[in-house]
Design a protein around this ligand. Sequence first.
Ligand code: PLP
Length: 393
Amino acid sequence: MKSNGQKTVYLDNSATTPLSATAKSAVAEAMECFGNPSSLHTMGADAQKLVTLARDRIMSALGVRRGQGTVVFTSCGTEATSLAIFGTAYAKTRREASRILTTDSEHPATLRALEALEKSGFEIVRIPTRGGVLDMNALDGALDKKIFMASFMLVNNETGAMYSVKEAFAKIKRANKEAITHCDAVQGFMRVPFTPSSIGADLVSVSGHKIHAPKGVGALYVSAELIKAKKIVPFLVGGGQESGMRSGTENVIGISAFGAAAADMATRRTEISEKLDVLYSYAAEKLSALGVRINTPQGAHVSHIINVTLPDVKSETMLHYLSADGIYVSSGSACASHSKSPSQSLVAFGLTPYEADCSIRISLSEYNTAEDIDALCESLAAGLERLVRIKKT
Ligand code: PLP
């Protein structure tokens, strides 16, 4: 509810999600346990217990069995991805290959990290994802023993397209079994069923605030094999927390809430996904009736992201119009919203820069209802009427 009594309709869940009741109680509980997990006394041990419980919960939500690997807590999904990319690059020996495969529509966390490696001499090959589909022919053309690493996202944060990461990683490992595979699963975690081993990933990035936990916590799954072969080193060094993989006193409150939120969603996975499927279909039908074009592909896609192109109205103008009605959506990714250039993901998808500039992302969570979609469509219809008319006069 806004301060003027207007109901708020939050449809920007890919940017961040509201805290779940379970996460809130975990925060409250952890706030009472302020010891440093590294301290040897009982208060330290109590804090350490919370971190261990959260690690077990994230591993279980990821479907990771003991011995298969571990989870390293970080400050966000971006840091998890940086640890994956820079941590493996720093561990690389001179003799190893230096080609890195990725897609042309990754989140800036991956894009920028790989640009930095490109400047230092790595060869980066970006596989097209036109129409939300990973181009397997282009991938086949880039396969050889020179591949050092591959970093592919599971779900695109702007279009909702699901990439065939499993098939791609299998091809890459066949070409070079030493190649390291990283998956940015920030938008896929707890939304689509996968485990690191089911998709063939050595490294998987996830983030707390996308699954109803607080901001300021993320995690990187690291396979036991990678640790054993010393193919990853920390890039944040210091006191040796997180088994030496990420120094810095742990964010016990955030970590604890992340574990609790994941455990809670894991027990209701089917129920949540069925609810989102129904809501997605309802929204897609109502939005199409308004004459907006749905970009989210018909094929493999998630049910919590709908990207649409508006007929001749800039997304930013519409975003402000909707916001005045208490309806919150996004114009592309929140992390890239300060950028003046059109969304790289949408252009890679096949939209013209103008179309990308006229596209909004509606992203759902289990807390949304059909009434929220009705409110969005009502305001959107009025906005289109008014804004297109203003443009024409
Ligand atoms: N990767 C994807 C696909 C995302 O959607 C995001 C956030 O929007 C990130 C990485 C970065 O996560 P964080 O905001 O936790 O740094």
